[in-house]
Design a protein around this ligand. Structure first.
Ligand code: ATP
Length: 362
């Protein structure tokens, strides 16, 4: 379980987003020096706000994008700049599950054709009848009845269409599945079924799963370990329970605080704008929204430090602020309503005014 399947070392992706007439070009730092290790057979989740670089990171790990710098290895083999036959082999080994089963399936093809397509590409030696038998096997594997293979996608429900997408992904015999919001387009009742299917396939086929999701409930349900991203960087990594029950990074705390409570009311959450990835804050990217920031946070990029429990946190102040036994809101630029909630929350937590002032030296 603990052998690395995919590793990334100091991985970055910068997009040239142009500077306009007579202006120097500008670089957008979508992924900024990410290092991670995903173990064989585990479900590894990547979470963070929209635009923090989750999809770009996933596309780098699949080599749909070429890194600007840094290395990626799969079972020790460097795939950072492979091409030709090596890249084709990677396309078999690492498969993608799309968010939207409606738009990712060609509506004019039958399910049999949709699942046969990747077989034709990756296993051209198969005869037509072998392919049809394999399509039937793959459909059964994802819990669909093979006798429906000559129907079209619109004749299936959302959950069934996502299963067709998963059957397509399995057709090449992959070792890794990467899902970008794989259940977010589905009804909540169907989400659990698809999550269970993915977990069962992981166990029975020995797959490694990497899941991008913004829904923390989904992440908690399906992942073994979690990486929390903010503005292109991983700020905290650890076993799912440790991240959810004892978050250390102020951003992780804020994300968890934003989960609505059992009464449906919004959590205290994260206020303030996310800075632009074209001109991110110096030092710690999160410092402009962090209650605990100090002058040093503007000067130094926080290194990822082990905190025990197989976790790492990239925060210069993690030792001072300790672990959260309950999540608390952070953000200097709160709206009036958020400020009122924060005061209530802080009073309930018995925090001093002094603590809340500590971050105002930015
Ligand atoms: N091809 C591209 N060219 C320029 N900028 C890009 C490109 N792809 C992504 N970006 C930018 O990189 C940043 C990270 O985008 P990315 O899609 O990876 O984030 P994300 O966390 O997956 O967001 P979401 O959850 O909304 O999909 C964003 O600022 C985005 O606008």
């Amino acid at each position: 379980m603990n052998r690395p399947m995919i590793e990334a070392a100091d991985l970055s992706k910068r997009f040239d987003v142009g500077g306009g007439f007579l202006k120097p070009s500008r670089l957008l730092h979508a992924v900024d020096g990410v290092s991670l290790s995903v173990n064989k057979g585990e479900t590894f989740a990547i979470v963070g706000e929209s635009g923090c670089g989750k999809s770009t990171l996933a596309r780098l790990l699949m080599r749909l994008l070429t890194p600007s710098s840094g290395r990626i290895t799969i079972e020790g083999h460097d795939i950072s700049d492979i091409a030709g036959a090596d890249l084709r082999q990677l396309r078999r080994d690492v498969q993608f599950i799309f968010q939207d089963p409606f738009s990712s399936l060609n509506p004019r093809l039958t399910v049999a054709k949709l699942v046969a397509e990747p077989l034709e590409a990756h296993r051209p030696e198969m005869t037509a009848s072998q392919r049809r038998a394999e399509v039937a096997r793959l459909l059964s594997q994802v819990g669909l009845r093979p006798e429906h293979m000559d129907r079209f996608p619109h004749e299936f429900s959302g959950g069934q269409r996502q299963r067709i997408g998963i059957a397509r992904a399995l057709a090449s015999g992959p070792r890794v599945l990467i899902g970008d919001e794989p259940v977010s387009a589905l009804d909540v009742s169907v989400q659990a079924q698809v999550i269970n299917l993915l977990s069962d396939l992981r166990d029975s086929l020995g797959l490694t799963l990497i899941v991008i999701a913004h829904d923390l409930a989904v992440i908690r349900q399906m992942s073994d370990r979690v990486a929390v991203m903010y503005l292109g960087r991983i700020v905290e990594t650890g076993p799912t329970d440790a991240i959810f029950e004892r978050p250390r990074h102020p951003y992780t705390r804020a994300l968890l605080a934003a989960i609505p409570g059992p009464d449906g009311g919004g959590g205290a959450g994260l206020a303030g704008e996310t800075p632009s990835p074209i001109d991110p804050p110096t030092g710690c990217h999160f410092r402009t929204r962090c209650e605990f920031a100090r002058d040093e946070c503007a000067r130094t990029r926080p290194p990822a430090e082990p905190t025990g429990e197989m976790s790492e946190v990239a925060c210069l102040r993690w030792r001072d602020i300790g672990e959260a036994t309950d999540v608390m809101p952070v953000a200097p630029k709160r709206s009036a309503a958020a400020e009122a909630r924060f005061r209530l929350y802080r009073d309930a937590m018995g925090q001093t005014e002094n603590n809340s002032q500590q971050g105002n030296n930015r």
